[in-house]
Ligand binder design. Structure first.
Ligand code: AMP
Length: 468
């Protein structure tokens, strides 16, 4: 079945009748076939053994009158259908960012949230925004009256989620389909690199929850295919990336000069939030916004065992082979700096008989999707990648992240190693450092110290005595 077509492909008139009846009551009946497609087989466990540790993470909410967090999904102020969808997703306990974000969003407040990688931020914004629309959706959604009107139809999304990469965009879209199950809300995704007309056709059927990468979104807005004036919730995922120098002008243009509803709620999420970007972010938030901090801003989790090895450039390939041969076969993500090194390292590993593939920004969308799919499915359990998959990408059971080349700054380091140890699972990160990485060694040592990791001898001189 076409991914976004679940609310159009009824199969039989009987089913269509049941769905319409359901919608009139605000919810559609369950559909076992679609459920299997959306939520997968039963007993597929998401969260890891360290999930309970989340409770000990310090949470701070700054701002006036923050609403209290809830303790269990059943006590949350959510639509009953959303609660059932959460059960279908097999989320038993809310993560700290979910506990706070869901009540803050439900209370109508703007939010800037900073929480560790893999701690459930996607559901933290999808659940409350979609849930609050479930009851009102029948009055709010707009659809073309018929096929003929579709060509001139303008999609009027109610929720707009902006993400920096195509891969993250499709991942959030898949999650949106799950949480919109049985509701009238229709999610769509628009991102570059994939066929324009295919995405346009989806928009022409109506779109209530739009997940978008800025460039393609702007194209559709300029062509009059998307009207932003109905947006009730604007979400910036990986917000610090969305507001850095690369993306900020286009985000500002979209938010301030393209008719985006001013009377909206704005929500921002990331694992890292440099101070200057936090200041800039305030331009997009209402003055009474809340700042939610789970753990330290830019911190990572103690569930990741981190090894830092001194490896000269010329020895990196051989050292990498050693590391890979020493470990049991497991999903391993290797980060390099440039597209060229991704290609050549992939070739080298392939010639050394490792089951690998690679991904970077010069590949076609098809090649990028194929590489990620082969990695997810375990067909190629070793993926060589540039920063395109450093943020947000959620692949189950990535056991090892290798920084073959260190990133230029610690924020990217945090996002990269955050591809392992997701939702309380354990993980391993190995980083190769040498003289080229001197500028970040002090900050790297701080992260290791904070996460109670072993500090190699060559980093001892950077160890901070006393409180961090
Ligand atoms: P995210 O940080 O949103 O990318 O989520 C990381 C992973 O955690 C995804 O696979 C989610 O499906 C999963 N997840 C999110 N929230 C929960 C929860 N409360 N319980 C179990 N798994 C969760």
């Amino acid at each position: 079945m076409n991914r976004a077509d679940h609310d159009y492909n009824f199969g039989s008139s009987r089913k269509r009748y049941e769905w319409q009846q359901g919608f009139e009551m605000g919810m559609a009946p369950r559909d076992p076939e679609l459920e299997k497609d959306l939520f997968g087989e039963e007993n597929h466990v998401h969260s890891g053994i360290n999930f309970a540790k989340y409770d000990s993470i310090k949470v701070k909410v700054r701002g006036n009158n923050p609403p209290p967090a809830f303790d269990h999904f059943r006590n949350a102020n959510l639509h009953p259908v959303m609660k059932e969808n959460i059960q279908l997703a097999r989320y038993e306990v809310p993560t700290p960012v979910q506990r706070h974000s869901i009540t803050i969003v439900t209370a109508g407040r703007d939010l800037m949230a900073c929480a560790q990688t893999g701690s459930g931020k996607t559901a933290a914004f999808l659940v409350p925004t979609c849930s609050s629309l479930f009851a009102t959706a029948p009055q709010l959604v707009s659809r073309p009256a018929n096929r003929y009107e579709a060509r001139s139809f303008r999609a009027k999304p109610l929720v707009l989620i902006i993400a920096p990469t195509r891969e993250l965009c499709t991942q959030i879209f898949d999650e949106a389909r799950r949480f919109c199950y049985r509701s009238m809300l229709r999610p769509c995704a628009v991102y570059g690199g994939a066929g324009y007309r295919g995405q346009e056709i989806e928009l022409e059927k109506g779109c209530d929850v739009l997940v978008a990468v800025p460039g393609r979104l702007m194209d559709f807005v300029e062509k009059g295919k998307i009207d932003l004036s109905h947006i009730k919730y604007l979400v910036l995922d990986e917000a610090d990336r969305m507001l850095d120098m690369g993306f900020e002008p286009i985000i500002r243009e979209l938010v301030e000069r393209r008719g985006l509803n001013r009377n909206r709620q704005t929500l921002m999420y990331s694992a890292t939030f440099p101070k200057d970007i936090r200041m800039l972010a305030r331009d997009f938030l209402r003055p009474d916004y809340l700042f939610l901090q789970v753990g330290r801003v830019g911190g990572t989790t103690t569930d990741i065992t981190q090894n830092v090895l001194w490896v000269e450039e010329a020895q990196k390939r051989e050292r990498l082979k050693e590391v890979l041969l020493k470990q049991p076969p497991c999903r391993t993500l290797i980060f390099v700096d440039t597209k060229r090194s991704a290609d050549s390292l992939d070739q080298f590993l392939f010639e050394s008989n490792f089951p690998c593939t690679s991904i970077h920004g010069d590949r076609t969308q098809r090649e990028r999707e194929d590489a990620l799919m082969a990695f997810r499915a375990g067909k190629c359990p070793i993926l060589v990648a540039t920063a395109v998959v450093a943020r947000g990408i959620d692949v189950k059971n990535v056991m090892h992240v290798i920084n073959y080349d260190m990133p230029p700054g610690m924020d990217e380091f945090i996002h990269r190693i955050g591809r392992t140890a997701r939702v309380g699972n354990a993980g391993l990160a190995t980083s190769f450092v040498n003289h080229n990485n001197m500028p970040i060694l002090k900050d790297l040592t701080k992260v290791l110290q904070e996460c109670k990791q072993q500090i190699p001898d060559f980093l001892q001189k950077y160890v901070t005595r006393g409180p961090l």
